[in-house]
Design a protein around this ligand. Structure first.
Ligand SMILES: NC(=O)C1=CN([C@@H]2O[C@H](COP(=O)(O)OP(=O)(O)OC[C@H]3O[C@@H](n4cnc5c(N)ncnc54)[C@H](OP(=O)(O)O)[C@@H]3O)[C@@H](O)[C@H]2O)[C@@H](O)CC1
Ligand SMILES: Nc1ncnc2c1ncn2[C@@H]1O[C@H](COP(=O)(O)OP(=O)(O)O)[C@@H](O)[C@H]1O
Ligand SMILES: [K+]
Length: 520
């Protein structure tokens, strides 16, 4: 699997330092290359003679900006330079850039004197932003946003936290962002990604060698998989039968709540599982048989009564033996029966498990069941995948949802370690961590059209369907999350984001896999 890295500002600084100190590439060479790449992007879009305003801060981001301005000036653009902050505080490299433009007799101003520019180079803060933006810096950002020019942010829009994507009190709204070596987390996470415009990531000579053996913590799939999503699928055996393509048991739905199990089961089928059996209350039988006749069914009624539970639990035991993997939770509610079903499935089954929705809320309430899961993973080798959205995650983790959003990467990893499983923390950018792996996957497919009831049930079904076809827990989760987002993107291309409904995601599986399947 080809990776694409998203780095923190500390990681980027480390790779920068390694390139300069270990590989002995001078820092001014890196700065010049960064500036040249940025200037060339402007030259592609604007003709000579265009009016350019360079806004620099005192750090190296400011130095990049001055160098961009100098290159453009030498190539026939009309460039004004403004430095915000005290010259005396400038970094060594930025001071050098100031000296160079002074030799070319370019005046450096200390405030913005005109609003008439075609292009604004935003080089106020880069990845060194360390606190909220206030006073003259905040005013400057607001003025940049008010000028009707095309804004090019150098490295990252000033005011965006490079590690979390947070707006640090004010931020530049760029048209394009030219970044260097690797995209930063702040370019990917919300709301930062909405401030970047188009992100162009340029090679300036800082390469994977600069990791010196320890790769960045966060990665995604390389861009090419967006076009070839099916390349991620487990190979399909032409001589296979419905048994070899895997059996999924879906324990879902509650009285008169059949939608969740239907969506989940249908998605497991559409991703390629051979057989899917639904365990749900008797009241849902008729509608499921009508809507999804392909599903096998095992129903229960009055399960809160000991005799009825006795009979049904034997049936459930058989179903669990039959299955290759089990998905539990969508729509099961939090009743006594749901609790019993959940406990039984965790404790009595030997199969891989996907836990979603109400299953997660039941899990959050029981330390004992969390311990059972750890035992299942460590002693029995069962693969456990949990798929909480941010609120469910917060309940399990024991924190507030806002805290999860601010720190989704490390919290997801910590919960995976605690439960000895794979954790899929679902949000606009979903994170996936596995207890045996240091690195965390961050998903970039999908869109807000997917924020619609039932789309989580679809994901749970997809992951279970991948597990049933022989996928390992971590791979099934990564592939499932990536494909799920692609389905959302394809659905939104067809109908627009407003109209997307959960069933549309499953529907897209017909198209996303068939094309690629032929090519393989
Ligand atoms: N790494 C690489 O690969 C390469 C990096 N390059 C470039 O270097 C950039 C990183 O440079 P950098 O480390 O000097 O940080 P930068 O973002 O310019 O700002 C730091 C300054 O801002 C200040 N400051 C911070 N917050 C503030 C606030 N809220 N309000 C007010 N002031 C605040 C802070 O001051 P202090 O906190 O010390 O008071 C300090 O003076 C990077 O983004 C890229 O463009 C390229 O040259 C090529 C290779
Ligand atoms: N703004 C968004 N961008 C991308 N994906 C999103 C966005 N909002 C929601 N999603 C995805 O949609 C799914 C919603 O799942 P969930 O919250 O469990 O819904 P439900 O419980 O209604 O089924 C998750 O996979 C999530 O990552
Ligand atoms: K910037």
């Amino acid at each position: 699997m080809e990776k694409k890295y998203f780095v923190t500002s500390a990681e980027m600084k480390k790779y920068d330092k390694t390139t300069i100190e270990h590989f002995e590439v001078p820092s001014l060479v890196l700065m010049e290359r960064a500036a040249l790449e940025t200037a060339e992007e402007i030259e592609k879009r604007f003709k000579k003679g265009s009016r350019v305003l360079v806004i620099s801060g005192t750090g190296n981001n400011g130095g990049d900006g001055i160098a961009v301005g100098r290159i453009l000036m030498q190539r026939g653009y009309e460039v004004d330079f403004v430095l915000i902050g005290e010259q005396a505080k400038c970094s060594k490299e930025t001071r050098r850039q100031l000296d160079i433009i002074a030799k070319y007799e370019c005046p450096m101003k200390s405030k913005i004197e005109s609003m008439e520019y075609d292009i604004i180079i935003d080089a106020l803060f880069g990845i060194g932003l360390s606190r909220n933006v206030e006073g003259i810096y905040k005013n400057c950002i607001e003025t940049m946003n008010d000028i009707c020019g095309f804004i090019v942010s150098v490295d990252i829009p000033s005011g965006i936290n490079a590690d979390t994507g947070e707006v640090m009190n004010a931020a530049v709204k760029a048209d394009i962002t030219v970044t260097f070596a690797y995209e930063k987390l702040g370019h990917i996470l919300y709301p930062g990604c909405e401030y970047c415009g188009e992100v162009l990531c340029k090679d300036i000579g800082i390469t994977d060698e600069s990791f010196l053996g320890e790769e960045p913590l966060v990665y995604s799939y390389a861009d090419r998989y967006k076009e070839q999503a099916a390349a991620l699928m487990p190979a399909r055996n032409r001589g296979g039968n419905k048994g070899t393509f895997g059996k999924v048991l879906v324990v879902a739905g509650s009285r008169n709540m059949s939608g969740a199990c239907e969506l989940c089961a249908r998605s497991a089928y559409r991703i390629g599982a051979g057989m899917v059996k639904i365990v749900t209350p008797e009241e849902n039988r008729e509608i499921i048989q009508k809507n999804l006749p392909e599903a096998l069914l095992s129903t229960y009624s009055d399960a809160e009564k000991p005799e009825a539970w006795e009979v049904f639990s034997q049936d459930l035991k058989e179903s669990m033996k039959w299955a290759d993997c089990i998905v539990i939770g969508p729509g099961i509610g939090k009743s006594g029966t749901a609790h019993r079903l959940f406990e039984y499935t965790v404790k009595e089954s030997a199969k891989d498990l996907v836990i979603d929705a109400d299953g997660l809320n039941l899990l959050a309430e029981s330390e004992e069941l969390q311990e059972s899961l750890r035992t299942a993973a460590l002693r029995e080798g069962r693969q456990i995948i949990i798929t909480p959205h941010v609120a469910e995650f917060a309940r399990l983790y024991g924190c507030k949802p806002e805290e999860v959003k601010k720190d989704i990467i490390s919290k997801t990893k910590k919960l995976a370690d605690r439960l000895c499983g794979t954790v899929v923390c679902k949000d606009a950018r979903t994170a996936v961590a596995h207890y045996e792996e240091r690195c965390v996957y961050l998903n970039v497919t999908g869109n807000d059209g997917m924020a619609t009831a039932g789309s989580g049930d679809v994901l749970a079904g997809i992951i279970a369907g991948l597990l049933a076809q022989g996928g390992k827990g971590r791979e099934a989760a990564l592939t499932g999350v990536f494909l799920h987002g692609r389905l959302g993107d394809l659905a939104a291309e067809k109908t627009g984001r407003y109209a997307v409904m959960a069933g549309d995601l499953t529907e897209q599986l017909k198209y996303i896999l068939s094309d690629e399947g032929k090519r393989r």
